[in-house]
Design a protein around this ligand. Structure first.
Ligand SMILES: [Zn+2]
Length: 318
C-alpha cells in the first residue's frame, strides 16, 4: 500500500474502573513527502453522530484509492468518547461540561483542559482543520460551513470548495471564543465548522454529500489527485448578520408537525408547520413564515413549547 495508516493517542487520562479517556487520531499519509495536511475533528458533542460516518467514508475512499493521496489526512472522529458512548452532548463528568467551551485548554489545568490543550497543539500547523458538528435529533440543517466575523474575509473564499449549501458567519460572542475552531484560528491555523444534518434515516446520503465536498477541497489543496466533484459554479448563500436571519418560534405548546421546507425558498405567510392537539383534534397554531427566504434550519416532528425554535430563514427579496 503506497500510504501509511497510523493510529496515535494524542492525549489520555486515567479514569476509574480501568477505563481510559483517550483522544486518538488516525493518520493517512503518502509515502512520498506530503504536500499539506488536513485535519477532520468530530464527536466533540457526543450526541452528534454524523461526523462518525463522514470520517469513516473519508477513510474508506482513501483506502480504495491510496495512490491518489498526496498529503496528510488526520481524522479525530471521537473527541468526546464517553459522551458518544452515552449519546450525550457534554462530557459526562460530575457536572457535565461542554468540551467545545474548554479551548484552548491549559497544560496544567483540569483533566479536560489538559486534553483540550494537547489536542489543539496536535492540530496546530495544519493547512486546514474541519470540526464536524450536526443538528440535534429535533432539528434539520442544511450542509453549512460556519465561521465568525473576525475570520470571515480570509476563510469564506476557502470554504467554497467544500461545496456547502450555506455559509453562516457568526457574530463575535464569548461561547464561540472558547471553541476548538476559534482557538485554532487565534493560534494561526485555519479552521471551519462543518454543520451536518443529523438525519437518522439514510445517513449515507447526508454524509456522502459532505464527503464529496471534502474531496473537492482536498483536490483544490493538492492533497488529492483522484477524481472529485466539480467546484460549485453558482453563488453560495451567505448569512453575515443577525438581521439577515429570521428566527421563527411557535407560541402554542403541543405536537409540532413540520412541512418539509428545509432547503426550500418560502414566501412570507407560507405555512412551515402546525402545532396540533391530538385530544381535541385541533390545530393550535399554524406556524407561518414571517419573511420570504431560504429555510436553512427546520424543527422536526416533536413536542414544542411557547418560544421553541421552529425554523431559521435567510431573508431574501422575492
Ligand atoms: Zn456540536
Amino acid at each position: 500500500m503506497p500510504i501509511r495508516k497510523e493510529i496515535t493517542t494524542v492525549a489520555s487520562a486515567a479514569m476509574p474502573f480501568e477505563e481510559d479517556w483517550a483522544l486518538r487520531r488516525c493518520r493517512y499519509a503518502p509515502e512520498q513527502a506530503p504536500v499539506g495536511r488536513l485535519c477532520i475533528a468530530a464527536g466533540i458533542h457526543g450526541d452528534e453522530m454524523m461526523g462518525q460516518l463522514i470520517c469513516y467514508e473519508i477513510a474508506a475512499r482513501i483506502l480504495q484509492e491510496p495512490d491518489s493521496l498526496a498529503g496528510i489526512v488526520d481524522l479525530y472522529p471521537i473527541l468526546n468518547p464517553m459522551g458518544l458512548d452515552q449519546g450525550r452532548r457534554r462530557v459526562p463528568v460530575g457536572t457535565p461540561i461542554d468540551m467545545n467551551f474548554c479551548f484552548p485548554g491549559r497544560p496544567d489545568g483540569t483533566t479536560l483542559e489538559v486534553l483540550c490543550h494537547a489536542l489543539l497543539h496536535d492540530m496546530l500547523g495544519a493547512d486546514l482543520v474541519l470540526d464536524v458538528h450536526a443538528s440535534t435529533q429535533y432539528k434539520s440543517e442544511l450542509y453549512e460551513i460556519r465561521t465568525n466575523e473576525a475570520d470571515a474575509e480570509r476563510l469564506i473564499p476557502k470554504a467554497r470548495a467544500l461545496c456547502p449549501d450555506l455559509i453562516w458567519v457568526y457574530p463575535e460572542h464569548a461561547a464561540y471564543g472558547r471553541s476548538l475552531t476559534s482557538a485554532l484560528c487565534s493560534a494561526g491555523t485555519d479552521a471551519l465548522i462543518v454543520e451536518a444534518d443529523e438525519r437518522r434515516r439514510k445517513p449515507q446520503e447526508i454524509a456522502g454529500g459532505i464527503v464529496s465536498g471534502v474531496f473537492c477541497k482536498m483536490r483544490e489543496m493538492g492533497l488529492w489527485r483522484g477524481a472529485a466533484r466539480e467546484m460549485p459554479q453558482g453563488e453560495i448563500p451567505i448569512v453575515r448578520t443577525r438581521e439577515e436571519i429570521c428566527r421563527v418560534t411557535c407560541e402554542a405548546p403541543g405536537v409540532y408537525v413540520p412541512e418539509d421546507r428545509i432547503g426550500q425558498r418560502v414566501r412570507e405567510g407560507e405555512i412551515l408547520g402546525s402545532v396540533i392537539d391530538a385530544l381535541r383534534g385541533e390545530v393550535r397554531e399554524a406556524v407561518l413564515a414571517p419573511a420570504s427566504g431560504l429555510v436553512f434550519s427546520q424543527r422536526s416532528y416533536s413536542a414544542v413549547y411557547p418560544g421553541t425554535l421552529i425554523a431559521r430563514i435567510r431573508k431574501e427579496p422575492v
